[in-house]
Structure formats: structure tokens, C-alpha cells
Write a protein that binds this ligand. Structure first.
Ligand SMILES: Cc1ncc(COP(=O)(O)O)c(C=O)c1O
Length: 380
């Protein structure tokens, strides 16, 4: 992969050290241009607003098919959304609930899916149960099976957790759920763009995500996958004005249409540089080497997963004796390294996102900085 050439197409990588793709990914110029041109055309008066809208709506209609092709789904199973949270709202709001129905989440959920589940409990009297994550997938699957009861209605987990980047065994979980008549909803925003995701093969009912992280596409773009047969049980939040028997019936209003031109371009970009498999190999090699380098620094501990089956490009670490927030602030202020602190679970630490476009020299700067910080704190 021509990393220098790719980095040259990403203006956001020109300043400092960028290790926060799990926060916001860096879009290539082609994506930025597609969005800007869409809106410029509208505002320049060069076409009538209705001609512009019709042309954009036609182009937008192609985006679900492109998404479906990228993620092993059918075009009719994709609704365009603006965020993960919107997708969660469509699913949790569109299913019928009974008091006491149980919903399972993990102990490492991002506030968006966590609060969506809590809101369901407030509205419908559902009971939210928490399954503790383990980097050993068999141990986690065992815990999950023990938590399931005849009242379990829905499993909604992050495919990859936001802070420590643990990848959950989605296919096994969906198989286990399906065999018991339990529905599955995934938060995919830390998974897609990191490694290949095939939604049919995964066997989930619903998969909600944004596309501004590892997909390098505009903020305000996302999608909800609704498996064909799950469309029988999920009701749209409003009556669709043109029911067409596809997942687009779940969309709730006029979308930020030019942003989806950017998403379409983003998908082309990722396919053009080799696609998810090549991306996963490149980032996986770099992330593994970073974990090994952290192991060699006294007082530094990798707190995310070490196991091949559950680790990802998100590398979380803690420095003994220093709070994650302090380490994060020092890395940002003293070395201009973009990353963020982790605080969903103990110990607090720092989340480093290793993307395929991360350069060796960025990781060298990080390792030097962390070595210096740990040393200053008496870890030598
Ligand atoms: C796992 C996870 N879910 C959800 C979100 C944010 O959701 P939304 O797309 O609704 O902003 C994030 C953002 O960091 C995340 O890491």
C-alpha cells in the first residue's frame, strides 16, 4: 500500500500526529470535494433548486446499493441515516415491547447505544442487563449464554468497543441468538472500515453505524441494515410516503443529501486502495507492533485485547500512577498527538487508533512520548 501517496491525499494529516481515527477519520480530498461541489452547485444558482434536488436524489438512490455491495447485504436492506444513534432509535422505537422484556448490552458501551437502551427501559419498562466483556471470546460467549433467559428479546452490542477496541464474535453471537428467537442489533461504527464485515454472513437482524470514523466519510452519514425478514417485525417510526418494501421505509426525513455523495466517494476510495482486507492487514501489523513496543516500556500496560480473535487497530494503554486524562492531555499539549482518554472501564488510560494510513514516524513519536512520560513518573 502506498502510504505516503495516500497520506498526501489527506489534508487533515498535515499537522501533528493523528491517532484518533476512532474519534473522527481523515477524509481524502475526493470525499471533501464531492460534498463541497454538491452544495456549491445548489447555492451558485447554476441549476434550479428542483433540478439540483432531482439529480442529487437520483445519485443518492445509488448509495444504498454501494453500501450493500461493500458489506455483503442487499440494497433493499439499507436505510440511510445520519448516525448510529438514529439507527438505534429506529430499531428500539420500531419494535413492539412488553413490560419486562430483557435487552442485553455490554459493560463497555459508548454513551449513545447505552442511553438508547436506558431510554427504552424508561419508556417501555424493558430490563437492561449487562454482560461483562472478556478478551477471551469463549469466556464471553459463556457469560452471554448464562445471562439469556426466556424473557431476552434483543441483544444489542458494539461490534468493536469504543474505548478498548475489543472485537466481539458477532457471527457466533448472532447464531446463538437466532437459535433462541432473540433479535440482534449491532453498533458497527468502530468495526466497519477496520476489517471486512459481511452482514449476511454475520447473521444479524439490525446493524447501525455512522461512517465518519474508519470509513473516512462525512460526519452526518451513516446507515441502518435491516435484514429482509426482520423488516416484517420492525415498524417504521412514521408512515412512509412511498412504501417500496425496502429498508428505506425507515428513513425519517429529507437527508443531508450532498453528504451522501461524499459517502459514495468514500466507499470508492476505500475499494480503490485495496478494500477492507488489505486495510485490515496494514493496520493490524502496525497495531501489533505498537502493542509490543508498549510492552517494552516500564510502567506501561496495554489494557485492550491481546488476542488475535478480539484485538483491533484500537490500542488502549495505561501508565502506572498517572490518570488516563493526564496522559492524554500531555500527549496532546506537549507532543501534538491527537488521541483520547478512556474512562468507561478501570483502569483509565489512553486510546490510540492505528489506521492503515498511520505512519511509522507517528508511532515512533508516540512511543518516545509515552516512554518519557512514564519515566518522568518514576517508571524507569
Ligand atoms: C461505539 C460507538 N458508538 C456510537 C458512537 C457515536 O454514535 P453516533 O454515530 O450516534 O454519534 C461512537 C462514537 O465515538 C462509538 O464509538
Amino acid at each position: 500500500m502506498d502510504i505516503a501517496g495516500i497520506r498526501g491525499q489527506m489534508p487533515g494529516l498535515k499537522h501533528g500526529v493523528y491517532l484518533n481515527t476512532a474519534g473522527i477519520g481523515q477524509s481524502p480530498v475526493s470525499v471533501n470535494k464531492a460534498v463541497a461541489e454538491g452544495y456549491q452547485q445548489l447555492r451558485s444558482g447554476s441549476v434550479s433548486t428542483s433540478d439540483w434536488y432531482n439529480a442529487m436524489a437520483e445519485a443518492e438512490d445509488e448509495v444504498p446499493a454501494k453500501i450493500a455491495g461493500f458489506f455483503g447485504a442487499d440494497a433493499g436492506e439499507i436505510a440511510l441515516t445520519m448516525s448510529t444513534g438514529e439507527g438505534y432509535g429506529m430499531v428500539l422505537g420500531g419494535l413492539r415491547w412488553q413490560q419486562g422484556d430483557e435487552v442485553l448490552i455490554t459493560n463497555q458501551e459508548h454513551p449513545v447505544p447505552l442511553q438508547a437502551a436506558q431510554g427504552l427501559a424508561d419508556r417501555e419498562g424493558a430490563i437492561v442487563k449487562v454482560v461483562e466483556i472478556d478478551q477471551d471470546k469463549d469466556l464471553f460467549l459463556g457469560r452471554l449464554e448464562q445471562t439469556i433467559t426466556p424473557r431476552t428479546r434483543l441483544i444489542c452490542f458494539s461490534h468493536v468497543t469504543t474505548d478498548w477496541g475489543t472485537r466481539l464474535p458477532a457471527r457466533e453471537i448472532c447464531g446463538l441468538a437466532r437459535a433462541r428467537g432473540i433479535l440482534t442489533l449491532w453498533d458497527g461504527c468502530q468495526a466497519i472500515g477496520q476489517f471486512p464485515v459481511d452482514l449476511h454472513e454475520t447473521g444479524c437482524d439490525f446493524y447501525a453505524t455512522n461512517c465518519y470514523k474508519w470509513m473516512l466519510s462525512p460526519m452526518g452519514t451513516g446507515f441502518l441494515y435491516v435484514r429482509k425478514d426482520a423488516q416484517q417485525v420492525l415498524k417504521p417510526l412514521r408512515r412512509p410516503h412511498a412504501p417500496d418494501g425496502t429498508a428505506r421505509q425507515y428513513e425519517t426525513g429529507t437527508p443531508a443529501i450532498a453528504l451522501y455523495m461524499g459517502l459514495g466517494t468514500g466507499l470508492d476510495f476505500l475499494a480503490g486502495i485495496g478494500g477492507p482486507r488489505a486495510i485490515a492487514m496494514e493496520a493490524g501489523r502496525k497495531a501489533e507492533s505498537l502493542r509490543e513496543r508498549f510492552d517494552a516500556i516500564p510502567g506501561v500496560r496495554v489494557i485492550g485485547s491481546r488476542r488475535a480473535e478480539t484485538r483491533t487497530g484500537i490500542v488502549a494503554f495505561a501508565v502506572e500512577g498517572i490518570e488516563g486524562n493526564e496522559v492524554s492531555d500531555a500527549l496532546r499539549n506537549r507532543w501534538q498527538i491527537a488521541q483520547r482518554a478512556t474512562n468507561i472501564n478501570e483502569p483509565s488510560g489512553v486510546r490510540i487508533s492505528v489506521a492503515f494510513y498511520t505512519s511509522d514516524s507517528e508511532l515512533d513519536t508516540l512511543v518516545e512520548a509515552v516512554t518519557a512520560l512514564a519515566g518522568e513518573n518514576g517508571n524507569r
